[in-house]
Design a protein around this ligand. Sequence first.
Ligand code: URA
Length: 236
Amino acid sequence: MERLDKIISEHSRYSRREAAELIRRGKVTAGGVTVRDAAAKFDPETILLTVAGTVIPVHRQHTLMLNKPVGYVSATEDPREKTVLELIREEDCYPALFPAGRLDKDTTGLLILTSDGDLCHRIISPKKEIWKTYMTTVQGRLTEADTAAVRAGIQLESGEQFLPGELTVLESGDISRAELKIREGKFHQVKRMMAALGKPVISLQRTAVGGLELDESLAPGEYRVLTERDIEQIFN
Ligand code: URA
């Protein structure tokens, strides 16, 4: 157990004295409750801490859910493009974060960023077969035949084979909308699957990774820290 002012100063840009002052002014919450005593003790391994409304990542590893907007690449650096890391405030980048998987520059939605290498592996490793859910708008009329083809596992002309997925058609017309669940993360996979059906993707949004759904309160470009319970949801 450690003093609250010490935990804040060790995990943020605030000095111990500034931390004590913020606590006194009622700007600090621990576990959702305002704490006004700088000497109050908490377990740094489990504390959920906010200072002036911002979550302070205290644990050695931390993980964020980003609602990725169009126009950003899923990389930590890029010589030409804007990266998703540029959407994360400096105080939330500690320790170094990286994207757990990739969404294309023009894909939106749920992107997990983590400093935890093991967690990243568990999310993206093909062997773990974590299902990813996408909402897609495509050109052309989606039919039962498309649903059956996805269920059987699409094979491209090149011979490349995708694992069986689940396609649920929500609107069918000259432009169709569908939910697609897949358990791989191959390069441009959804776009290549839909192109193979002759229905090119117009827009693509990821809405869930495993059992963890994109938080609808997050506007594009916004993010929040994931709790242990959120992380468990991924694997449920
Ligand atoms: N499949 C794609 O084609 N693009 C993405 O960004 C994600 C899945």
